[in-house]
Ligand binder design. Structure first.
Ligand SMILES: Nc1ncnc2c1ncn2[C@@H]1O[C@H](COP(=O)(O)OP(=O)(O)OP(=O)(O)O)[C@@H](O)[C@H]1O
Ligand SMILES: [Mg+2]
Length: 419
């Protein structure tokens, strides 16, 4: 029987959904769709019934396109509901002397750290091994095969606020579906936008959405830091609405059609744009629109730089990859490059499994392409949950594979330890 995986990305401005057939050889038969978000604002569910209806509408649309009957879904967890923290644990390896560290020791210490980091108010979504200490030597990335008396683990835990996870689950159930799993949007997106080369050195992935910006810092392919900033493209819209004195919906239109961030003096001082309001046309100076957009864009980018510099200096960064539809604003990427002082690449889907399925998809260009990155990334994460790699452990999520794999790994480990 075919197994299909369905994912949804709940953004504050739009909901995207994708479904693909999953098999041992990977994903195939991809279908996707997008609709404006309802009932979710700034990453919070503000109207559960409207939110459920929009989930139902999006999935009905996807059914129409794919013919696949969907029962359960994997989703992102919107950034404001995410708590990122470290949890540490230590276990003895031998009563006296030293013993070689085995995969089951690593699983045991990580389990211990997970238990210590858990609480009733939070649901652990990802547990990412950060570093290990082997006999008080810190910063060990892979302790397997080393001899030690004790083993200490530092886990990076990405947790969801329990009340949000429960509300989301309920809304999904009310729409007629089941929640199967979750992932942080940035972790999902990074699954499809990095190529092996970018996994070397220090790489920053920055998703600038409507109200939130997620920043993930990777070193040699390992996730080191996650930062969530309460800023995004809607800040530009709201500032335009305030300064030009127009409703937010109009300001959004003006932003997309007339705004850019950059040298505003290139626009003639008297050039006007006509805005229709209450059936009356109101003239607005285009230079004013651009000045507002430029100032707000600079503020967002400065905020990104400040946040990044809390953990690394710009000089240390090898690659910056930007995603999120906010970067479609003319001049946004250039402003970010100028403020960071490093080249910024627009995210592209480089994962061969997903990129291969997108060949010939003409409708997926421009902002539409950007809109689907998280949703396609979620497909990769969900696939790795359902088809875990041979070591039985998903490297990003820390989710372990099925018991058969674990049992055979255990037999191999006992053999290696004693022979
Ligand atoms: N063509 C465009 N030019 C400029 N800005 C745009 C364009 N298209 C969309 N945007 C802006 O991008 C933002 C939405 O980005 P995105 O779709 O990545 O966010 P989201 O995933 O819905 O929200 P979040 O991730 O914050 O929950 C909005 O502020 C919107 O105004
Ligand atoms: Mg988003």
């Amino acid at each position: 029987m075919s197994n299909y995986i369905c994912t949804m990305d709940f953004g504050s401005s739009k909901i995207t959904a994708a479904v693909a057939k999953a098999g041992r050889k990977g994903l195939s038969d991809l279908h996707f769709t997008m609709m404006p978000s309802r009932g979710i604002e700034k990453g919070m569910i503000v109207d559960s019934a409207a939110f459920s209806n929009s989930i139902r509408a999006v999935l009905r649309n996807l059914l129409g396109k794919s013919g696949v009957k969907i029962r359960n879904i994997y989703t992102n967890i919107p950034a404001p509901n995410v708590i990122v923290k470290h949890s540490r644990a230590i276990i003895p390896l031998a009563e006296r002397g030293n013993k070689v560290v085995t995969p089951s020791d690593v699983m045991r210490v990580n389990h211990q750290a997970k238990v210590l980091g858990a609480n009733l108010e939070e649901e652990i979504i990802h547990r990412i091994p950060y570093s290990y200490s082997v006999d008080s030597k810190e910063g060990v990335l892979n302790p397997l095969g080393l001899y030690s008396h004790k083993l200490e683990s530092d886990l990076l835990l990405v947790c969801g606020r329990m009340s949000f996870v429960q509300s989301l689950s309920r809304a999904v159930n009310q729409a007629g579906y089941e929640m199967k799993g979750m992932a942080l949007s940035g972790i999902a997106a990074a699954e499809v936008v990095f190529d092996p080369l970018m996994r070397e050195g220090t790489c920053v992935f920055c998703d600038v959405g409507s109200d939130n910006t997620e920043m993930l810092i990777f070193r040699n392919g390992s996730l080191r830091h996650i930062e969530i900033l309460p800023t995004g493209g809607d800040d530009v819209t709201m500032e335009l609405a305030k300064s030009v004195d127009i409703p937010a919906v109009l300001a959004e239109d003006i932003k997309i059609t007339h705004a850019f961030a950059g040298d505003c003096s290139r626009i003639e001082e008297d050039k006007e744009v006509l805005i229709k309001r209450n059936n009356i046309y109101k003239p607005v100076k285009q230079r004013q629109i651009c000045e507002v957009a430029t100032a707000k864009t600079r503020e967002i980018c400065t905020n990104i730089r400040r946040t990044m510099e809390r953990t690394i200096t710009c000089g240390e960064v090898d690659t910056v990859i930007a995603a999120g539809r906010t970067i479609a604003l003319d001049g946004f990427l250039e402003t970010l490059e100028t403020i960071l002082g490093i080249p910024v690449r627009q995210a592209r889907i480089l994962n061969p499994g997903i990129a291969g399925m997108l060949k010939g998809e003409d409708i997926l260009s421009g902002q539409k392409y950007m809109a689907y990155i998280t949703c396609f990334g979620l497909l990769r994460v969900a696939y790795s949950y359902e088809y875990p790699s041979d070591n039985g452990q998903n490297p990003v999520s820390g989710v372990s594979g099925n018991w058969m794999r674990r049992a055979s790994a255990k037999i191999k480990e006992i053999y290696e330890e004693y022979f």
